[in-house]
Design a binder for this molecule. Sequence first.
Ligand code: 0GY
Length: 294
Amino acid sequence: MLDENLPFHSNPSTPKLVLPAGACDAHCHVFGPAARFPFAPGRTYTPVDAPWETLVALHDKLGLSRTVLVQASCHGTDNAAMLDAIAASQGSCRGVAMVGPDVSDDELARLDRGGVRGLRFNFVTHLGKDADIGAVRALAERIRPLGWHAVVHFDADRLDRLAPELQSIDLTLVIDHMGRVDASKGLGQPAYGKLLALMEDPRFWVKVCGAERITRAGPPYDDAVPFARDLVARFPDRVLWGTDWPHPNIKKDMPDDGALVDLLARIAPGPQALRKLLVDNPTRLYWPELATQG
Ligand code: 0GY
């Protein structure tokens, strides 16, 4: 049975935290509208329509001025909705695409011109079949000359198998949603230790969003926030954050995006940590032409 997603929060709060100029939502999605950008036939869920205009209005309210759209499995390898949004953004939006192993060089070049700066690979049970690691490795060779990176989205139970495979890939690798560790098991759990071990390798980055995904306690995510805070403290120059709007596959307690922004006061306390997380780090990865040296 195809899962129908819940609608996103209808009236998110205005955050109390004032974000730095140029703050970037480095993980969110546009979905559809289905009438214009149909969903993939082989998808495991049907999202709500989540168009670019709605995301822009949300970002205005939250104090975010730049965006990284991440292709989600419900659109498969058809990146059209994302490319359309990037084109409308006048340079304030970049993207992470999904492609098949047989993607042509011309298509990669077209995606690059369209603002794509990375490829995403899923290793998540509820999203269907895992990406083929051989294909990931082959694509890594092809996208390195473009200056792209790979975003890897995995369930924490894949870490034992995946860690050595990912370590053998010569590319910057960004881990989604804090490696989807189970927050209720605490910072001392083996899976989190394995994530930290991966992060010791400077090629790895991690997104410290996803508190609403790794929590078992629910809002205000007191079990999950310590993981994000710990990662920011340990690896201040290789962390990213995003809203994950419109929150695909969240089954209850649809997040208030304003409250997610306010969590940043606990995740990245102090202006320097916040600026690295929201401005400097996403600039280096997605707008390298604007990054200052040193
Ligand atoms: C996310 C998380 C999810 C969905 C996808 O590709 C996807 O469909 O990533 C999820 O279901 O956990 O990053 O948006």
